[in-house]
Design a protein around this ligand. Sequence first.
Ligand code: 6PG
Length: 251
Amino acid sequence: MGSDPHVTIVADPEALAEAAARAIVEAATEAVGARGSFKVALAGGETPRATYARLASPPWTERMPWRRTWVFFGDERGVPPDHQDSNYGMASRTLLSKVPIPSGQIYRIRGEAEDPEAAAADYARDLARVFETRRGEVPRFDLILLGLGVDGHTASLFPGSPVVKEIFRTVAAVHAAAATVPQRFTLTLPVLNAAARVLFLVAGSEKAKVVKATLGDPATLPAAMVRPATGELGWIIDRAASALLPAAGAH
Ligand code: 6PG
């Protein structure tokens, strides 16, 4: 069933960005020390924005091994990279365009693709090439950042979506009727659960109910199915989002 979550509660979104930037630098330093490279999948949505801005600022930006860092995305929306809803666009504006990471080491999902299935297959090939995995093997990220939707979705793994049950593909195109941008692309659960480290970043009182549901859930919500088999699972949650959790130490 994978490792139990390590939950860190911080005061507010600012403190979350600081704690997350520190955790990312620690994971990067450890990975480069042990394996010579840091392979990370970034999260989309609003919550990680402040973390990316913090990572692009001193002291964190100087401490990151940017030249040994490879960046992928946990999911993407079916829009072009310069669209306001693009996860790549957001990460590029707040972080990637501001740090000395070689452009050849940034892999975005072609959200604008006419043929979503082909774009998902292309991304799976990018993963296999960079992680040097063969057919049937799953890439092992050093770190995957994730958010949490109020319905319990994470990346673009939505409740009730057949993609949640995917066991072969590493990347899938998803049609999420309820989402602002229904056409989506996502890393699948086998990839999330093969990671060395997964870190959820969650903020805001509107998330309190789903945080309680997810951390107390035996795995019906997609976010609760994220349990790295041989990796660490961390949650950094702000006080507002943790408001319904049982007293400290009980979760
Ligand atoms: C996306 C995300 C998605 C996100 C949650 C939380 O593309 O929308 O990857 O999984 O993490 O929806 O989003 P917020 O941080 O905006 O609340």
